[in-house]
Design a binder for this molecule. Structure first.
Ligand SMILES: NC(=O)c1ccc[n+]([C@@H]2O[C@H](COP(=O)([O-])OP(=O)(O)OC[C@H]3O[C@@H](n4cnc5c(N)ncnc54)[C@H](O)[C@@H]3O)[C@@H](O)[C@H]2O)c1
Ligand SMILES: O=c1ccn([C@@H]2O[C@H](COP(=O)(O)OP(=O)(O)O[C@H]3O[C@H](CO)[C@@H](O)[C@H](O)[C@H]3O)[C@@H](O)[C@H]2O)c(=O)[nH]1
Length: 443
């Protein structure tokens, strides 16, 4: 098929590369001319495992191209994906201005039938707004032209995005007629060979499914974080509780890891946006309000433990910080728990010596040069002369470190582990002060 994709971010690039990989001809459009120029030179702006090769190979095979030329992309394609950002507005609701700008542009240039597929995460009712925006532009031009709007929310996880797209658990399609259902079956056939992964439903249900999925996952995490805080008080170990409850298949092991809070570009924003949707309809989202509040508090828990350990005196202290990205296998720092932690430490007069396998450039971009932040070349370099080690992101490389080396490099053998990576008793036995999340240390 001939496909165009508006938005060359995480979702647009992965969608474009994967659809090109199975033989489609894909044009990716972005308004960021610099990004497009760099993509055309083979420079992929994000770290996502496998994405570089997929993009380069498909560009070389001339199945994938990048442009700022929306008119060319609209004219070329039978199917148009909208995969632009839907960042939070001031009140927490999803800002639809980028989605509707694409819809407007489609309406201005539509000359033959197109299927418009919304892949961005958008509140219930957005497909209607997209349809109305396109139609208004057609009306202005006095053009009568049929088009369809389809909801097809994306469920990829950063760091595992290619696998998620190529081998999806499910492909949600919100459609309102049989022709587009058939078109969607054809589009997704290469990803749908062994089991039928397509779940076709009405458009509003598809739009709500996306928010409900993220809100459920965020709820599981906040629930466990709340339990972890209780576990500390009552002398229980959340890691044992996790194993104990996860083995009940009705609960499952996924997304029940306690830690220093969830981050990323999706959970915080989508939980808030869903809460706003409740309010818009005169309802109160009691559970979701609590899920967000628990997460915000959880992002402060590591700092509270550090503050208590050092009896409030953090002025001039130095901290080795392992992990800046919001999760492993990405360089994405959006809403990363490392950020409020570093900012609180700086506020208290402390210095940070940080290392992350992929997010160093992004950290430099966000914070620039500052005297209280040193970006180190290795996890070991970050340790030198530090008063304690803080583990914020569970990169594989941090899982089995050389504890003797850590002991010798740190000024004090103290570890604050925001991801419960280490053996609590062994570290205590080896002379470390070890603070994890929900593991019995009543600081
Ligand atoms: N990042 C994820 O893991 C993920 C997963 C599932 C769903 N989503 C959702 O998908 C959407 C996109 O997320 P993302 O992380 O890829 O965003 P992103 O911020 O990484 O990328 C969005 C891109 O859209 C471009 N853009 C803005 N206006 C445009 C226009 N009019 N025409 C063409 N391009 C335009 C921007 O320049 C940017 O490059 C959001 O709604 C998000 O909630 C994200
Ligand atoms: O048990 C867990 C699992 C995750 N996290 C944290 O939760 C955040 C989000 O993790 P994850 O869901 O793996 O990453 P995302 O790439 O943000 O993916 C989520 O958000 C995407 C955007 O909507 C959806 O497409 C995905 O299905 C959904 O998992 C990260 O900070 C994790 O550290 C925990 O604290 N405990």
């Amino acid at each position: 098929m001939r496909i165009s994709i508006f938005g060359s971010g995480y979702v647009g690039l992965v969608t474009g590369a994967c659809l090109a990989e199975v033989g489609n001809h894909v044009i990716c459009v972005d308004v960021d001319a610099q990004k497009v120029a760099r993509l055309n030179q083979g420079h992929v702006p994000i770290h996502e495992p496998g994405l570089d090769d997929l993009i380069k190979n498909n560009m070389a095979e001339k199945r994938l191209e990048f442009t700022t030329d929306a008119i060319k992309a609209i004219a070329f394609s039978e199917v148009i994906f909208i995969a632009v950002g839907t960042p939070p507005d001031e009140d927490g609701s999803a800002d639809l201005r980028y989605v509707l700008a694409v819809a407007q542009s489609i309406g201005q240039h539509l000359t033959e039938y197109k299927a418009i597929i919304d892949k961005s995460t958008v509140p219930v009712g957005t497909a209607d707004k997209v349809r109305a925006t396109v139609q208004a532009e057609l009306n202005k031009r006095g053009v009568q032209q049929r088009f369809d709007v389809i909801s097809n929310p994306e469920f990829l996880k950063e760091g595992a995005a290619i696998g998620d797209f190529m081998r999806p658990d499910r492909i949600i399609i919100g459609a309102d007629n049989a022709d587009v259902e058939e078109l969607m079956h054809e589009l997704y056939a290469p990803f749908n060979r062994n089991h039928d992964r397509l779940l076709i439903m009405d458009i509003r249900s598809a739009e709500l499914t996306k928010y409900a999925a993220n809100a459920m996952l965020a709820t599981k995490i906040s629930f466990m974080n709340e339990m972890a805080n209780l576990a500390e008080r009552v002398g229980a170990d959340i890691e044992q509780v996790r194993l104990g409850i996860g083995s009940d298949p009705r609960i499952g092991f996924g997304f029940i890891y306690a830690g220093c809070g969830y981050g990323g570009s999706c959970f915080p924003k989508d939980v808030n946006a869903l809460e706003r949707t409740f309010r818009e309809y005169g309802m109160e989202a009691q559970l979701l309000t609590a899920v967000s509040a628990v997460n915000q508090r959880q992002q402060q828990v590591m700092f509270a433990k550090i503050h208590n350990h050092f009896k409030g005196d953090l002025q001039g202290k130095r901290f080795a910080l392992w992990g800046l990205a919001f999760k492993p296998n990405t360089d994405d720092m959006r809403e990363a728990p490392s950020r409020p932690l570093m900012e609180a430490l700086w506020q208290a007069g402390a210095q940070v010596q940080a290392y992350d396998p992929k997010a160093m450039d992004e950290t430099r971009r966000i914070y620039g040069e500052r005297a209280d932040l040193t970006l180190c070349d290795s996890p070991e370099a970050a340790l030198q002369g530090a008063d304690a080690l803080l583990v914020v992101t569970e990169w594989q490389v941090f899982r089995s470190p050389d504890f003797k080396l850590i002991h010798s490099q740190l000024k004090n053998p103290v570890i604050f582990d925001g991801r419960n990576l280490y053996n609590y008793n062994r570290l205590k036995k080896n002379g470390f002060s070890y603070y994890a999340i929900g593991r019995g240390d009543k600081v």
